[in-house]
Design a binder for this molecule. Structure first.
Ligand SMILES: [Zn+2]
Ligand SMILES: [Zn+2]
Length: 436
């Protein structure tokens, strides 16, 4: 397996080293110096495939009128190569909501067209939307466990996705628990019930095909068991140690790549075994104990317990990664700020000196056999839904549940101001719609 530091040098490395300094801590000083030398020599090379088409025409010499290749990612602007994966960080934070970081959510795009969502924590649905991927392609979700910071926006993806172009059920894979009530099937059945009013109100108004879950609950105790195998993609799971019995970690293998997502877990021997030699390994890395006391106002006892015994401390994260030796280690599940990342970094570096990303929302990785490019996405906050990729199915209006006479009778008569809207649209689209 080609490792990142042995990769053929290219302009991409320049971006990794110089473009996102502060987010990415690439490697040892010696490796950085070697890359910097290579970068200086090859700064005028042709850009590689993950560059947008416009960049392919980038001049070999600088020009006052031609654009330079950019070192950030903009959604819906780059093709994905057939032997490339793109990972989008749609949530890297914690259960405590904050504008900067949604809770755990990772969107993996493969060069064969498949896309997978690992966790869909609170706040992540808007990050997913920002990447402007048609919802018909976002129908596969894998849940590491049932804490809200790992599945709290499933309802938003479920309903909002169906409303915006997912014309098929949302397929959800998640672990069983030590009792049926602790399993994914139970959680989703009851989530569906909680949405009864929402879904009943949409009957007869919208394409109905997306408003269904297809639940695949698998044994949380399965050891490196295959839980998904389609289109040359294999996803496996094994147990994690976190909160109660039930949480799991995942690996995804495709086209010679191995991607691993740990979910939440105390360092464990199964991750140590099954994540080995991953190209890409995401593992939780919790807030440092001093910051838990200082910023989260934990007691020293509480901080030690949660920060080192329930979750994975940065030093332990580093030890795990030193053992499994991924091409890229990704730390998440901490508030990644200017005054917290240094503490995390130094503690990880006390036990690990390989490739490292301290994840934050909208970080993007392009992964090929000989390169891993890391950038931040620049997203449009005014985003609208991407197009539906198939023809919509007209709803059966007879399924609408009517208002009661009392509620219906409360309507104010505004037909006179509404009629011009009907006239305008009927004229423009050649329809003959009438007010109710
Ligand atoms: Zn958790
Ligand atoms: Zn968590």
């Amino acid at each position: 397996m080609t490792r990142f530091q042995k990769a053929a040098p290219s302009l991409l490395l320049v971006a990794v080293i110089t473009g996102v300094t502060g987010y990415i801590i690439g490697c040892t000083q010696e490796q950085q110096e070697r890359k910097a030398q290579v970068s200086a020599q090859e700064a005028n090379e042709e850009p590689a495939s993950s560059q947008p088409a416009s960049d392919a025409k980038a001049p070999t010499k600088y020009s006052p009128v031609q654009a330079r290749s950019r070192d950030f990612y903009t959604p819906n602007s780059e093709d994905l190569g057939p032997n490339e994966m793109r990972l989008l960080a749609c949530g890297t934070g914690m259960p405590t909501a904050r504008p900067k970081q949604a809770a755990s959510c990772w969107l993996l795009e493969l060069g064969n067209g498949d896309k997978f969502i690992f966790d869909v924590g609170t706040g992540s649905a808007e990050r997913i939307a920002a990447f402007q991927i048609p919802y018909n392609y976002l129908d596969k979700v894998f849940l590491s466990h049932l804490h809200t910071d790992h599945f709290g926006d499933l309802d938003a993806l479920f309903v909002g996705g169906a409303l915006s172009g997912r014309q098929k059920p949302l397929r959800v894979w998640g672990p069983s628990g030590d009792t049926p009530e602790h399993g994914t099937k139970y959680a989703l059945e009851h989530l569906r019930k909680a949405l009864t009013w929402d879904l009943d109100g949409r009957a007869g108004l919208t394409d109905p095909r997306g408003y269904h879950f297809e639940v695949h609950e698998f044994d949380y105790m399965g050891m490196n068991q295959i839980i998904y195998q389609e289109n040359d993609v294999t996803i496996r799971s094994w147990p994690a140690i976190h909160s109660l019995d039930g949480p799991v970690s995942f690996s995804l293998e495709w086209n010679g790549f191995k991607f691993v997502f740990g979910g939440d877990t105390y360092p464990n021997k199964w991750f140590d075994k099954y994540a080995k030699d991953a190209d890409f390994a995401i593992h939780e890395c919790f807030v440092t104990v001093p910051d838990m006391i200082e910023k989260f106002k934990f007691s020293p006892q509480g901080a030690l317990s949660v920060g080192t015994q329930i979750h994975t401390a940065p030093e332990a994260f580093g030890k795990v990664m030193s053992r499994i030796e991924p091409r890229m280690a990704v730390a998440y599940h901490f508030f990644n700020d200017f005054d917290t990342s240094t503490g995390i970094y130094e503690r990880i570096r006390s036990t690990y000196d390989g490739e490292l990303s301290l994840a934050t929302d909208y970080m993007v990785w392009n992964i090929t056999k000989d390169d891993i490019r890391v950038r931040m996405a620049v997203v449009d906050e005014d985003v609208w839904p991407p197009p539906a990729t198939d023809k919509p199915q007209l709803p059966d209006m007879s399924l609408r549940i009517p208002y009661s006479k009392e509620i219906s009778g409360g309507r104010l008569d505004v037909k006179d101001v509404i009629q011009p809207i009907y006239d305008e649209i009927n004229k423009q689209y050649g329809t003959n719609e009438k007010q109710e």
